[in-house]
Design a protein around this ligand. Structure first.
Ligand SMILES: *Cc1c(COP(=O)(O)O)cnc(C)c1O
Length: 358
């Protein structure tokens, strides 16, 4: 820290992204990227739009918001576009949480939530998930005015809360905004977007990073009532009105036009997820039932960190979290069926070697 760093941020602990190593080629199953490339339409759109980089991007993202409105069955004034969904999450924390409307989210969830809370100096409470790592909706109902944040499916567990439960949480917090982070909803979940017609306190957040193979392009969005979107735009226009670059906006439009390609990819990932769940279960893992493009699993004979390190040595990256409650687990991104076969074979070898040593 320099002697100039503001004491406002002296104790800030930044979010630690999953490893993106450059030392060798790994099979990357650690940051929930799609194993499939962007569609040909997206590649063409990016190449074409590159020729217009001398001009600013559309600060209102009109073409993309119109496409989003079509795809999600809402009007464009209910959509905000952001530089990855992390950005719109930060905007939403800034816009809707406060000392009198503190943040509430599970203790086991996306690690960026406490970081955004700390960055903006917002009070927050982490509610323990149940022993089976599931969220109890009753924990988020009543108890005064608050801003609730729920990832659905949750990360890193992959557990999905039915929409009826999300609706109860929204109804149970009429004086605070409920932010539902749907980064993984396309892998078998059900989106809460239709509920935004009915409730003025629901903001749904989504991303093109996972199901639409665009993690490197940084494209996210929020959907809610027009007045919520206006508030988010007040923050956005006070931060960076050109928050999304031209190529990413064009890629987003093209991705929505190629919806069938991405839906098909999601089906392949769901099939590979089912196969991997079966194989890992057969090898003695406890696998949490996932509705996302990853599995959260633990094994009685090998610790989470030990398995992570053994796989890394073999050129396969998965994600281990140091957090006490989940230290036995690893989060494994679902890739192609072939990639998952490679993973399972490596785990089989590691478990055998492990058995030989004891
Ligand atoms: C990956 C992820 C995001 C955000 O990703 P962006 O790449 O910033 O869109 C948001 N929430 C959760 C739970 C995630 O796992």
């Amino acid at each position: 820290m320099s002697r100039f760093f503001s004491d406002r941020y002296a104790s800030l602990v930044p979010y630690v992204p999953g490893e993106q190593p450059l030392d060798r080629r790994y099979l990357k199953l650690n940051t929930n990227e799609s194993p499939f490339p962007p569609s040909p339409g997206v590649l063409a759109a990016v190449a074409e739009e590159g020729g217009r980089l001398n001009l600013y991007s559309d600060p209102d993202a009109r073409a993309l918001r119109a496409k989003m409105a079509e795809r999600y069955g809402v009007t464009p004034d209910r959509v905000i576009i952001s530089n990855g969904s992390d950005e719109v999450l930060n905007f939403a924390f800034m816009a809707f949480a406060s000392d009198t409307c503190p943040l509430v989210f599970p203790d086991i969830t996306y690690g960026f939530y406490p970081v955004f809370a700390e960055l903006n100096r917002l009070p927050y409470t982490e509610i323990p998930v149940k022993d089976d790592l599931s969220i109890d909706p009753a924990d988020y109902i009543g108890g005064g005015k608050k801003t609730v944040v729920i990832a659905n499916p949750n990360a890193p567990t992959g557990l999905f809360l039915p929409l009826s439960e999300i609706e109860k949480i929204v109804q149970g917090n009429p004086d605070g905004v409920v932010i539902v982070d749907e980064a993984y909803v396309d892998f078998g979940g059900e989106s809460a977007v239709p509920l935004t017609e009915k409730y003025d306190n629901l903001l749904v957040v989504g991303t093109f990073s996972k199901s639409r193979s665009m993690a490197g392009a940084r494209l996210g969005f929020g959907i809610g009532r027009p007045d919520l979107i206006r508030d988010l735009n007040t923050i956005r226009n006070s931060t960076n009105p050109y928050n999304v670059n031209r190529m990413t906006l064009a890629a987003g439009v093209a991705a929505l036009e190629d919806d069938a390609y991405y839906r098909d990819n999601c089906k392949k990932i769901e099939a590979a997820r089912a196969w991997t769940t079966d194989r890992l279960t057969a090898l003695g893992f406890t696998v949490i039932p996932s509705t996302a493009n990853f599995l959260f699993a633990r094994h009685g004979a090998i610790g989470g960190e030990a398995l992570y390190l053994a796989l890394k040595e073999r050129g396969i990256l998965i994600r281990h979290f140091g957090k006490a409650r989940i230290t036995d687990y690893n989060r494994i991104t679902i890739g192609t069926r072939e990639q998952m076969e490679t993973l399972v074979a490596a785990i089989e070898t590691i478990l055998k070697e492990q058995g030989g040593q004891t």
